[in-house]
Design a protein around this ligand. Structure first.
Ligand code: ADP
Length: 490
């Protein structure tokens, strides 16, 4: 690894439970791979179901005192955490490049964004969660109702590998802001990032047991998930990952009446009308396709281009890719496209590409992918049709799949022809059409004249098979609180 850690104590393969660091009670470990060369990076403690159960009990005990802290106490702790993240920002960025293969410049930005998420929720924590006063007709008009928001209790979080800092903090920070305590299972691909983040949390001075992080091997995910959904002390399960796993967890939480936040898969349409500013659309598509090697759930999956501009758009896109997208080692600061998170990512893209080619798609970029590699070259295909798997499945990689439409209604109906509803994008210089289409898209989030929509103040989440609940924005606090109404008879 071409990097020397300034603070080696950030690197830990144990779990963070009850304010301390421990190995799994079974003394087992699992291997984590470097996506750049597919060699083993570390062996990480593989927590058992009993370890998670103990952590839930600890979090439940910690909740009793933590919920009593004042809003400004909790705000200060979150602000300390942001500071601790900033102090370790170089090392945290390097870990993200190491485990995820994210180009180092992107990793540095990702850590800065993570710290800003903590600051943002620190400010919300300071303000506290206010309630309302409601006039009532009860008791001859003498009743008054007021409401207070209460933290739900222990929250269990399950997170994926693709955003190991801000993706985690968007769940953890609002829950901590309102007074909940947490047991977190990070993705088995990025446990070192999770443990380093927990180190910075420990340094921020949170009381022991408020935030607990335990990693486990892929084979245990289902039993750990079942525990989270059924343990009587757990009040809320917050999950980001695939629709299939989200459905499984939501069913079990339903059976046990636990609250859920589900951030699931997407299949975003990126619509470009014939009156669009093509340079803008191309620039935004590059941002919405190649950052993080395209492994972001809100990124463009289906590029729908008006048939009159297909050639002009594709030609400009190919030039822009040539000029701006550079595939290579994630440690090279001129590289903008690193490896995929694992070989499984490349296998999926290859299968979608082969299926599309067999069904008549055209390939516009050199056919240079080396079988077995995690480095996937930027790829552009046109003549994509509904019969192809690529129109219905998440690509999650640097492959642009372009199809055409004629009328506005056709664009909207194609965009809405999938079961998911996470994000959508629309490019046109006609302001009425921009609003109309943005409102018609079945998606929780729309980029109108932009492909960069992520911001901590944005309500982030999907509709339909993309899940429920919102992260980011003040609505995130609602996820982790219940409303209590108090009726007073005057
Ligand atoms: P991805 O394809 O992004 O890895 P997954 O939904 O498989 O999506 O994984 C997201 C997170 O969910 C990871 O932390 C993973 O370990 C966890 N996970 C996978 N399967 C299950 C399951 N059956 N129950 C609970 N968590 C699971």
């Amino acid at each position: 690894v071409p990097y020397t850690f300034q603070d080696a104590s950030l690197l830990d393969v144990r779990s963070y439970v009850g304010g301390g660091w421990e190995n799994s009670s079974e003394n087992k470990t699992f291997a984590v791979e470097d996506p750049a060369d597919q060699q083993i990076l570390a062996n990480v403690s593989d927590s058992s179901v009993a370890d998670y159960e103990r952590a839930i009990d600890i979090a439940n005990t910690a909740f009793k005192a933590y919920r009593q802290l004042t809003p400004s106490n909790r705000g200060q702790l979150l602000r300390n955490w942001a500071q601790a993240v900033r102090e370790s920002s170089r090392d945290l960025a390097a870990l993200c490049t190491l485990e995820l293969g994210k180009p180092i410049n992107e990793s540095i930005k990702a850590v800065a964004y993570a710290a800003s998420c903590l600051d943002w929720f620190a400010n919300l924590a300071d303000q506290g969660c206010g309630g309302e006063t409601i006039p009532s007709s009860g008791n001859g008009g003498r009743n008054r109702i007021w409401t207070v928001r209460r933290p739900v209790g222990v929250v269990c979080a399950i997170t994926p590998w693709n955003s190991p800092y801000s993706g985690v903090l968007k769940k953890i920070a609002p829950a901590l802001a309102v007074g909940c305590t947490i047991v977190h299972k990070p993705a088995p691909e990025t446990p070192l990032c999770a443990m380093a983040l927990a180190k910075t949390c420990q340094r921020a001075g949170f009381p022991a047991g408020v935030y607990n992080v335990l990693a486990s091997s892929p084979g245990r995910a289902a039993v750990v998930g079942s525990l989270f959904c059924s343990h009587p002390s757990v009040r809320h399960v917050t999950f980001t990952g695939s629709t299939a796993v989200g459905r499984y967890l939501a069913e079990r939480c339903g059976a046990n009446l636990k609250k859920i936040t589900m951030e699931l898969g997407g299949n975003a349409a990126f619509i470009v009308f014939d009156d669009a500013d093509l340079d803008l659309a191309v620039r935004e598509l590059i941002a919405c396709k190649f950052n993080s090697s395209g492994q972001v759930c809100i990124y463009a999956n289906r590029v729908l281009v008006h048939k009159g501009i297909e050639k002009a758009f594709t030609d400009r896109l190919l030039v822009a890719i040539q000029e701006r997208v550079r595939l290579g080692s994630p440690w090279d600061d001129k590289v903008t496209l690193g490896p995929l998170y694992a070989k499984a990512g490349a296998d999926k893209i290859e299968a979608l590409r082969a299926d599309a080619l067999a069904k008549g798609a055209s390939l516009h970029t050199p056919d240079v992918y080396e079988d077995g590699s995690t480095y996937y070259p930027p790829t552009v295909m046109t003549r994509i049709t509904q019969e192809m798997r690529i129109s219905h499945e998440e690509i999650f990689g640097p492959l642009v799949a372009i199809s055409t439409f004629d009328k506005e209604e056709e664009a909207v109906s194609l965009a809405n022809s999938v079961d998911t509803g996470l994000a959508g994008y629309v490019f046109t210089q006609n302001i009425s059409r921009l609003f109309r289409v943005a409102e018609e898209l079945q998606a929780g989030m729309v980029g109108a004249q932009t492909g960069s929509i992520s911001a901590i103040e944005q309500p982030f989440g999907g509709v339909r098979d993309s899940g429920m609940g919102r992260e980011g924005s003040i609505h995130a606090l609602e996820e982790y609180t219940d409303i209590k109404s108090i009726t007073l008879a005057l």
